[in-house]
Write a new protein. Structure first.
Lengths: 230, 303
């Protein structure tokens, strides 16, 4: 302990050898273990206890953040209501069903529209369904020429979006409720599970920018009204 | 040398059995290789977010492969098949250390990239496709891989210099802080919005939405805790080890901490094992691709 009793073993593990046995730290004189005041593994114990406390503290902090203010009543304007109903549908859609655009894009993409339409009752479901039928499946880009205001921009973006995940991203971004909620302008409403676990948000295939808004063969979008939820 | 220390020291080195290294290495290799192949094969997954996850899986694959090879070489060396001080073995060992360093640095960079990508996805959703194009993603990944390669060479070359270790530790701490900040910020702002939605006075479905929001929030808190907690639990011990080597090599308490080195390495490589579960397997599209790949059905759909 106080000296190298076996110089052979010390010299048998030169610096170049340390990778093999993880013993590099023993090259110098052995450490004296006499006169220790605390337990010899105290650093180890302190480290792990500290880490566990930190992780548990972080978890409780996050859960407290979710619980505080949950029951605050808020007198929001009525137009927000319909928007949030749509958000519920979006949440469900995002969490439950995500289909790849190539395989069954028609069903999933248009089901989102169907939810939108059926809830608001302003647009004909059939119109949106036919919008979705494209040459190669999936909801194709179908810019509308008769849209107005914010609704128009939203539906135009949705029409132009090439696949379901893009549409979801656009819907999510739009439904950040800037008018109804006094919040950060760059925030979006995101379901937490989807945020951290299953990020199916805007996925843009290459070439989106070049080919957007160039197809005008279908104009099945009819002008939604303000009361359509936006 | 170690025999002397073991006889005299109250903190004998804790040895992890070789089969554990092998098991963790091979399982994590299989998982991460699966993720890489799935992302490459499925065209729906050719998006920035999935590219970063694929890069993380690639780094983890390299780490597992290298660690498994190193364990194999140690086994051969112990048996006597390999000469420990031979020059070719040392060169091979240097190469393996470089690859390990590269994959560690790359993993941390990939975590950073994933966090930043999610941040942009949430807070700049409308402009996401302009900010994060595939070309930029490719450039970012190129920069990450080049930086990792260069830093790995430097680290192995100058490992005995404390400066390199200090840089490594500082890099880790800075990345940890950035990742923590990004995720907590995302979480908090998402909560604010979700809370305000749930608090709306809606006649029907208000209660169910509120409950659903609470359930989702709890799940989100748990997800974030697991993500961040796993990162810290797996990486911190190794970095504390590096700090202790530099700061107190002679202290008996530090010696006892350093005697657990193999356990810390096991934790480090087990993070490569649980990374796919935290990042990749949570994506429904990836899970679907795995199922298709493993069941060997319907290849052409994703070709």
């Amino acid at each position: 302990m106080s000296g190298t009793d076996s110089p052979n073993s010390t010299s048998a593990s030169p610096i170049s050898d340390y990778e093999w046995r993880y013993e590099y730290y023993d090259e110098e004189e052995p450490v004296s273990f006499e006169g220790l005041k605390a337990h010899r593994y105290s650093i180890v114990i302190c480290f792990w206890v500290g880490l566990a406390v930190f992780v548990i503290f972080m978890f409780f902090l996050l859960t407290i953040l979710t619980k505080t203010g949950a029951s605050q009543p808020d007198s929001m304007a009525q137009p927000c209501e319909k928007r949030h109903r749509l958000i519920d549908y979006m949440d469900t859609e995002l969490n439950n069903r995500v289909r790849p655009p190539h395989s069954s894009g028609l069903d999933s993409s248009c089901s989102l529209f169907k939810c939108y339409v059926s809830k608001e009752g302003q647009l004909s479901p059939r119109a949106l369904w036919t919008t979705g039928r494209g040459a190669s499946g999936g909801c194709h880009r179908r810019p509308s020429s008769s849209l107005e205001g914010e609704d128009g921009i939203l539906l135009q973006e949705l029409a132009v979006a090439a696949n379901r995940t893009e549409k979801e991203g656009i819907l999510l971004a739009h439904f950040s409720i800037p008018n109804c909620v006094n919040s950060d302008q760059s925030s979006s409403v995101v379901d937490n599970e989807q945020l951290l676990g299953d990020p199916e948000l805007p996925v843009t295939p290459e070439g989106w920018d070049q080919s957007a808004v160039n197809h005008s063969d279908h104009n099945d979008f009819h002008a939604p009204r303000k009361s359509a939820g936006l | 040398m170690n025999a002397t220390a073991v006889n005299q020291s109250d903190c004998p080195e804790v040895k992890v059995p070789v089969p554990i290294f092998f098991t963790i290495g091979i399982v994590s290799l299989a998982e991460n290789l699966l993720v890489v192949v799935a992302v490459i094969r499925n065209r729906n997954l050719h998006a920035p977010m999935y590219c970063f996850i694929c890069s993380l899986a690639a780094f983890n694959t390299i780490a597992s492969l290298t660690k498994t090879c190193e364990t194999l070489m140690i086994v051969f060396a112990d048996v006597g098949q390999l000469v420990k001080t031979g020059s070719s073995e040392q060169k091979l060992d240097d190469v393996m250390d470089s690859l390990l360093c590269m994959s560690f640095v790359g993993s941390i960079f990939s975590f950073l990239a994933i966090a930043v990508d999610r941040y942009i996805t949430i807070f700049h959703a409308l402009r996401y496709h302009n900010i994060m194009t595939m070309r930029r993603t490719g450039a970012i990944l190129g920069v990450i891989w080049t930086t990792c390669g260069v830093s790995a060479l430097l680290m192995v070359r100058f490992f005995h210099s404390n400066f390199i270790m200090i840089c490594f530790v500082i890099f880790f701490v800075v990345s940890l802080v950035i990742i923590c900040f990004l995720y907590v910020y995302m979480f908090m702002l998402a909560r604010i919005h979700a809370r305000k939605i749930a608090a709306l006075p809606i006649s029907n479905g208000g209660n169910s939405r509120h409950q659903r929001w609470r359930g989702n929030s709890m799940r989100g808190a748990l997800t974030l805790t697991i993500l961040f907690g796993a990162f810290m639990v797996c990486w911190m011990p190794f970095f504390i080890h590096l700090i202790i080597i530099m700061v107190c090599p002679m202290n008996p308490y530090c010696e006892c901490y350093r005697s657990l080195f193999q356990l810390h390495v096991v934790l480090l490589i087990s993070h490569a094992l649980i990374d796919p579960a935290i990042y990749a397997f949570r994506i429904a599209e990836l899970r679907r691709t795995f199922r298709k790949m493993l069941l060997c059905s319907d290849w052409r759909r994703y070709a």
